[in-house]
Ligand binder design. Structure first.
Ligand code: ATP
Length: 351
C-alpha cells in the first residue's frame, strides 16, 4: 500500500500558544487511523489544517505526494464528518446526500447513481424521502457519512462523530463504522478522546498530548508497550507510581513501597503496572516475578472481572483485576493476600 497522507514537521501557533508542535505522520491508503488525546490537545486543529480551514504556521501536508499549500478547502480531496453532523433538517435524506454533488454540478444520472449506491451501502435503502428529523441518531450518522463518501474523497476526516449518541448505539456504530470502512476502502482519519473508540476501530492510533504526537502504533502495541508515561497513563487502566529512588535492582516509590526490577538501565521517575498484570497466590515455581503481600481493602464485581484494591506498604489503592475464574474465590475485604507481578510487567519511565 502506498502512502496517501504525509504530514511533515507540521506546527500551528495561535499567537504565542503552540497548538500543534512539529507533527509527523504518514498514513497508508485504506488505513483507519485515529488521533486520540485529551480535550484541548490539538486534535481538531490538526483536522482543520488538513481540511484547509486554517493555515499551518510551519510544515506541510501532502496527499498522494502533492502539497496542499494554497489549495482551498473545497478543492482538497478530503471530506469531513462533523460532530454535529451538520445535516440540513429541511431536506430529505436524498437531498442531503446529493447536496455536494449538485454543487459540483454533476449530471443528474451520476448524482442518482452515487446517492442511491451510497445509501444502500450504509443500509438506508428506501429512506430517500424521509426527513432528517424522522431518523434515529444512528441513521442520521449514516446519512452524514453517506453524504461525505458520495463525494469520493481520498480521505474521510471524522471529528468525534459518535459523541452525541447514547452508549449502546455508540458501541454498535463503532463496529458498523469499522465494517463500512473496510468494505469501502476509503482512508479514515478519526478524531476522538475516547480510547475505546480508537482501540476498537483503528489499524493504528496516533496518541496526542499538548500538540505533540506521543506514539503512533497499533492498538495492541499501544496497550502492551506504551512508549511514554503519558501513553501508559492514558491508554487503558493502569496503576501509576511515582518513584523516589532506585538502588541496584530495587525501586522505592514515593509512598515507600520497595519493589524489585532487575536490569533497568536508567533512573526511573514513574512506574506503571496494569491491574491485570498481578497474579494472586503465584505458584512457587514461577520465575522472574516480584512477590509481595498486601491487604484487600475493597472488592468490586465488574461483570467479567473482579477488581480488588490492595494496600501494600503505604500504597493504599493498587488496583488488581482478575478474571472471574481466578483462584481469589473466597477472599474477602481485610484478608492478607500473596501477590506477584512479572518483572516485564513493571514498566518504568524516565519522565
Ligand atoms: P476537544 O477534544 O476538546 O475538541 P481538541 O484536542 O480538538 O479538543 P483543539 O480544538 O484542537 O483541541 O484545540 C487545541 C488548543 O488550541 C486549545 O487549547 C484551544 O484553546 C486552542 N485553540 C484552538 N483554536 C484556536 C484559535 N482559533 N485561537 C486560539 N486558540 C485556539
Amino acid at each position: 500500500m502506498s502512502d496517501i497522507l504525509q504530514i511533515k514537521n507540521l506546527s500551528k501557533h495561535f499567537g504565542d500558544f503552540v497548538a500543534l508542535d512539529n507533527i509527523n505522520l504518514t498514513v497508508k491508503e485504506g488505513e483507519f487511523v485515529s488521533v486520540l488525546g485529551p480535550s484541548g490537545c490539538g486534535k481538531t486543529t490538526l483536522l482543520r489544517v488538513i481540511a484547509g480551514f486554517i493555515e499551518e504556521t510551519k510544515g506541510d501536508v501532502l496527499i498522494k505526494d502533492k502539497s496542499l499549500k494554497g489549495i482551498s478547502p473545497e478543492n482538497r480531496p478530503v471530506n469531513i464528518v462533523f460532530q454535529s453532523l451538520a445535516l440540513f433538517p429541511m431536506m430529505n435524506v436524498y437531498e442531503n446526500v446529493a447536496f455536494g454533488l449538485k454543487r459540483k454540478k454533476l449530471d443528474k444520472d451520476e448524482i442518482d447513481k452515487r446517492v442511491l449506491g451510497m445509501l444502500s451501502r450504509v443500509g438506508l435503502e428506501g429512506f430517500e424521502k424521509k426527513k432528517i428529523n424522522e431518523l434515529s441518531g444512528g441513521q442520521k450518522q449514516r446519512v452524514a457519512i453517506a453524504r461525505s463518501l458520495a463525494m469520493k474523497p481520498s480521505i474521510l476526516l471524522l471529528d468525534e462523530p459518535l459523541s452525541a449518541l447514547d452508549r449502546k448505539l455508540r458501541e454498535r456504530m463503532k463496529i458498523e463504522l469499522k465494517e463500512l470502512q473496510k468494505e469501502i476502502g476509503t482512508t479514515f482519519i478519526y478524531i476522538t478522546h475516547d480510547q475505546s473508540e480508537a482501540l476498537v476501530m483503528s489499524n493504528r492510533v496516533a496518541v496526542m498530548n499538548k500538540g505533540r504526537l506521543e506514539q503512533v502504533d497499533t492498538p495492541v502495541n499501544l496497550y502492551k508497550h506504551p512508549g511514554t508515561s503519558f501513553v501508559a497513563g492514558f491508554v487503558g487502566e493502569n496503576n501509576r507510581f511515582e518513584v523516589k529512588e532506585r538502588s541496584g535492582n530495587q525501586i522505592t516509590t514515593k509512598s515507600g513501597w520497595v519493589l524489585e526490577k532487575p536490569d533497568l538501565e536508567f533512573e526511573p521517575k514513574v512506574m506503571f503496572i496494569r491491574p491485570e498484570a498481578f497474579i494472586v497466590e503465584p505458584a512457587k515455581e514461577l520465575n522472574d516475578l516480584y512477590r509481595f503481600e498486601g491487604f484487600i481493602t475493597n472488592i468490586l464485581f465488574d461483570g467479567a472481572n473482579t477488581k480488588m484494591s490492595i494496600s501494600v506498604a503505604n500504597e493504599r489503592e493498587i488496583l488488581v483485576s482478575l478474571p472471574q475464574n481466578a483462584k481469589f474465590q473466597g477472599l474477602k475485604e481485610g484478608d492478607k493476600v500473596k501477590l506477584g507481578v512479572g518483572y516485564n510487567n513493571i514498566k518504568c519511565y524516565k519522565e
